[in-house]
Write a protein that binds this ligand. Structure first.
Ligand SMILES: [Zn+2]
Ligand SMILES: [Zn+2]
Length: 180
């Protein structure tokens, strides 16, 4: 792990993924917010930095940040609850629009319920599909983000880079960058 300070304006990155070092044209946006208080005003400044990150590595980072399988289970529960609430609302609207539904409410009720369950299932399945195909092995730096934005000023940016080989290349490319 290396901490590097780099001038904000002239920042250049190697054309390879910061996690696995494979050549890539893809980038991942890092964001950092900074708040300053001025009498009664709160001023927010946000810095965005795009770092080279291949699609496969972004996938394992998103999967790790989303709580892995536990995240899928939790989002499944939330999806079921939300779609049932929404289904209940739709059913109430149907009843309002057509009061004769009350004579035989089971058919529309069942229809609304099945649509809700199918939607919840599809949403959860989509999330499960984002699971990385291969486990994170030794060719990767780490499962979570291999680079973090620590802080910034008007002039410079501080990065924590977990991949030392990438950090050294970054230092070579940016003459004004330094280890802090
Ligand atoms: Zn990668
Ligand atoms: Zn990776």
């Amino acid at each position: 792990m290396m901490r590097i300070e780099i001038p904000a304006k002239s920042m250049r990155f190697p054309g390879k993924c910061v996690c696995c070092l494979r050549p890539t044209g893809e980038t991942r946006e890092l964001r950092k917010h900074k708040f300053s208080f001025w009498v009664v005003l709160v001023l927010q400044r946000t810095l965005k930095v795009k770092v080279p990150y291949c699609a496969a590595c972004q996938r394992h980072v998103d999967w790790a940040k989303g709580g892995r399988m536990l995240g899928v289970v939790l989002s499944g529960v939330v999806n079921v609850v939300l779609s049932l609430l929404l289904g209940g609302l739709v059913f109430m609207m149907l009843r309002f629009a057509n009061p004769s539904i009350d004579e035989n409410p089971d058919v529309p009720r069942l229809a609304v319920l099945s649509v809700a369950v199918v939607i919840a299932g599809l949403l959860t399945w989509r999330r499960l599909k984002s699971k990385p195909e291969r486990p994170v092995d030794a060719t990767h730096t780490r499962e979570n983000e291999a680079v973090e934005l620590i802080s910034f000023t008007k002039r410079s940016v501080r990065l924590r880079i977990h991949n030392d080989a990438f950090a050294r290349e970054l230092l070579d490319m940016n003459a004004q960058a330094s280890v802090v």
